[in-house]
Design a protein around this ligand. Structure first.
Ligand code: NAP
Ligand code: ZN
Ligand code: ZN
Length: 350
């Protein structure tokens, strides 16, 4: 019998989040039943609730930065034990056998990946519900191990903000001495600063918020530039090897591209609702490159978690109760978060 568990979600586009029960399936042989402790709030949750990308299926229960404890295991689930501290990110299923799955790029599964929320699970013929809920049932192949010593609430944002910034730094070979610019100091941006500086890069934060300077330097940046100040970007022209753009709203990519040194790369990870243009000449002169990067696969997510365990890297968070979710969404839209909200799911029961 599927189990009813309490959850928070949005009944329709731009509606306030409200409590309602959802169903979790009976654990299948390879499944883990997980009691959710904490879930981070990613700006993608906000885009989904606002239907910014035009593809949300309502009602939606967001949440894909999940940390919890194993409650029970299916008969063939052997990788974890009851009580283990585990993580679930954006991906909860894929075909496992296609070229992309075998390469560890499950997010590009040729048969279609199943995301942890607002994704149609073709095996179970139902829409997935995410981490703003008391429990979740996931095949253990998609469950991550949280290293000992990391605070569970502060580790939750690693499951999306962490892997989404770690992966492009790895893909583009970030190393000691590289000049890395992080655009936007939000949930993703602050993780990007921590990871890039831990790899020895000289990090510059490009921000629209002058008040974030002290935080940027504390997080590991060497330089801080307020992009909205007249002429502020001029000294940076041609002075950056890798730009990591984490911005959630419309902004000027053309100008940003001119900051790259020759053969430098601007990686887009932010997903603003409206498209942006890049002028060909900004790229052609200097052999500059523009790239995109989508989260990261399961294997790389575990590598990122293990790296974070060794380096003691976790998110800077503000912990909230479930009844503060709507306020947290409003604050994120006003850019008022330092630097990730994490919801404590034990407050679902109180
Ligand atoms: P967030 O915490 O809200 O941070 C976004 C930051 O972008 C803000 O703190 C702000 O930084 C800056 N910003 C916002 N609007 C801006 C505008 N119009 N112009 C210039 N700067 C602006 O969001 P997040 O959770 O980090 O997510 C960021 C984006 O990444 C979202 O679009 C999200 O959907 C996307 N995302 C993508 C992936 C992927 O796989 N590629 C994964 C997760 C999230 P400053 O105050 O410093 O300017
Ligand atoms: Zn996310
Ligand atoms: Zn596949």
């Amino acid at each position: 019998m599927p189990k009813q568990v309490p959850a928070y979600g949005a009944p329709s586009a731009k509606a306030a989040l409200i409590p309602f029960p959802i169903e979790r399936r009976d654990p299948e042989p390879h499944d883990l039943e997980i009691g959710i402790l904490y879930c981070g709030i990613c700006h993608s949750d906000l885009h989904k609730v606002a239907n910014d990308w035009g593809n949300t299926h309502f009602p939606v229960v967001p949440g894909h930065e999940i940390v919890g404890k194993v409650i029970s295991r299916g008969s063939d689930a052997t990788a974890f034990r009851e009580g283990d501290l585990v993580g679930i990110g954006c991906i909860v299923d894929s075909c496992r056998v296609c070229r992309e799955c075998r390469a560890g790029h499950e997010m590009f599964c040729e048969k279609g990946v199943t995301f942890s929320f607002d994704s149609f699970d073709t095996k179970r013929k139902s829409w997935t519900c995410g981490g703003y809920s008391a429990e979740i049932v996931v095949d253990e192949r998609y469950v991550l191990r949280i290293p000992h010593g990391l605070d569970p609430a502060r580790a939750a944002p690693l499951l999306c903000a962490g892997i989404t910034t770690f992966s492009p730094l790895r893909q583009f070979g970030c190393k000691a001495g590289d000049r890395v610019a992080v655009v936007g100091l939000g949930g993703l941006g602050h993780m990007a600063v921590k990871f890039a500086s831990s790899m020895g890069a000289e990090v510059t934060v490009l921000s629209t918020s002058p008040k974030k300077e002290g935080d940027a330097l504390r997080l590991g940046a060497k330089h801080f530039v307020v992009t909205t100040e007249e002429g502020a970007l001029n000294p940076l022209e041609g002075a950056i090897d890798l730009i990591l753009d984490t911005v959630s709203g419309p902004h000027d990519l053309d100008r940003q591209a001119t900051l790259l040194d020759s053969f430098g790369t601007m990686v887009l990870v932010g997903l603003p609702p409206a498209g942006a243009n890049v002028d060909a000449s900004a790229l052609v002169h200097g052999n500059r490159r523009v790239a995109g990067s989508n989260i990261g696969g399961i294997r790389e997510t575990q590598e990122m978690l293990d790296y974070s365990g060794r380096q003691a890297i976790v998110a800077d968070i503000e912990q909230i109760r479930v009844d503060q979710l709507n306020e947290a969404y409003q604050r994120m839209l006003r850019d008022d978060v330092r630097y990730r909200f994490v919801v404590d799911l034990s407050t679902l029961h109180s």
